[in-house]
Write a protein that binds this ligand. Structure first.
Ligand SMILES: Nc1ncnc2c1ncn2[C@@H]1O[C@H](COP(=O)(O)OP(=O)(O)OP(=O)(O)O)[C@@H](O)[C@H]1O
Length: 328
């Protein structure tokens, strides 16, 4: 069953440029020079129930704008979208009951109230039956290990604790679809891990559908198997993460530790030298060359230890952005 279906979605903003100074401000009241900027350009994709999809792209690519359209915050300029069987921008009550949006940069809980009070407010807004509400708060706060903090004002919580509270608030009404925009921004490694493993459990056990936007590769690899990439508002990739590298011509990194001093020249004949110190180095080679490079390495270098690693995801993405720019 499809939870999201998007066809030729487009968003163009109309805005005017304003020169600085009082005179320019006065002139602007009569004479405005309108400009148009297409932020999301004709994108189409669909997402099935229970899928966790990473929605990626460089800064300003149009990710948040797309999420805002799919959650009904923004009206598109053209195109169609059906989310959980609803047209999102009609903002029907039945639709609002079935999804949640969580933005790491925006605080949705009342800072002066304890999170528990804000949850009560959510209970009233979403008309959650008392028993189900109590059960969910207990379950979710226990899973995130913050049951003891429910009575503390939100502004007194750490960033990680606040984010966990925000997650509970988003999940209280049992949404089937969750839009996550940079959920772990600014969080330390431990808090990131706790939130990611919690989300993974929700996806696996509750068949929660997740659309995740993040610049943190750990969020993406721990939760999503599929990735949609947009650049300059256009869709440039939609496939399994594991297919991102093959499409680009996958690279491998070889880390070498040597018993004897190594020669940089020798290594540069085998691959691209990424790091070099006398006794350890890292080179990058194409995946299909790995076997022959390893054989030659063992011949020329007195190897103490050797590690072959996949290219980091962020590099694959960078390469994808570059390739798309060249084609455009
Ligand atoms: N109201 C607006 N009027 C004009 N341009 C806008 C408006 N809102 C957003 N933009 C522009 O739309 C572009 C895309 O913004 P958006 O927030 O969707 O990007 P993003 O992919 O989420 O980026 P980031 O990764 O930096 O969060 C940006 O260049 C931004 O300046």
């Amino acid at each position: 069953m499809k939870v999201i279906e998007v066809e030729n979605l487009q968003k163009t903003y109309r805005y005017y440029r304003k020169s600085s100074g009082l005179m320019a401000s006065i002139c602007n009241l009569w004479q405005r020079q309108w400009e148009y900027k297409t932020i999301v350009n004709d994108i189409s994709f669909s997402v099935a129930r229970g899928e966790a999809v990473a929605f990626l792209g460089p800064n300003g690519a149009g990710k948040t704008t797309t999420m805002k359209m799919l959650s009904g915050i923004l009206h598109p300029s053209a195109g169609e979208a059906t989310v959980l069987g609803h047209t999102p921008w009609l903002r029907e009550k039945a639709f609002k009951q079935r999804f949640a949006i969580l933005m790491g940069q925006k605080q949705q809980l009342w800072p002066d109230l304890p999170a528990g009070d804000s949850f009560e407010l959510c209970r009233h807004i979403y008309e959650i039956p008392q028993q189900i509400y109590r059960q969910r708060v207990a379950e979710l706060s226990e899973l995130l290990a913050i049951s003891h903090l429910l009575d503390i004002q939100v502004r007194r919580l750490s960033l990680g604790e606040r984010m966990k509270m925000e997650l509970i608030a988003a999940l209280l009404h049992g949404p089937e679809l969750l839009f996550l925009d940079e959920p772990t921004i600014g969080l330390d490694f431990e808090a990131q891990r706790a939130i990611n493993s919690f989300l993974k459990k929700q996806v696996a056990e509750q068949q929660l559908t997740v659309i995740l936007t993040s610049h943190n590769m750990a969020d993406i690899t721990s939760l999503c198997e599929r990735v949609i990439v947009i650049q300059n508002g256009g869709l440039i990739f939609d496939d399994a993460i594991s297919n991102l590298q093959p499409q680009l011509g996958a690279c491998r990194r070889i880390q070498i530790e040597s018993e004897q001093p190594m020669q940089r020249d020798v290594l540069s004949q085998l691959g691209q030298v990424l790091a070099f110190q006398t006794y350890c180095a890292e080179i990058e080679v194409m995946e299909y060359e790995v076997n022959s490079v390893l054989q030659r390495l063992l011949r020329y270098v007195d190897v103490k230890d050797i590690k072959v690693m996949a290219q980091p995801l962020e590099l694959s993405l960078q390469q994808l952005y570059l390739n798309a720019r060249k084609i455009a």
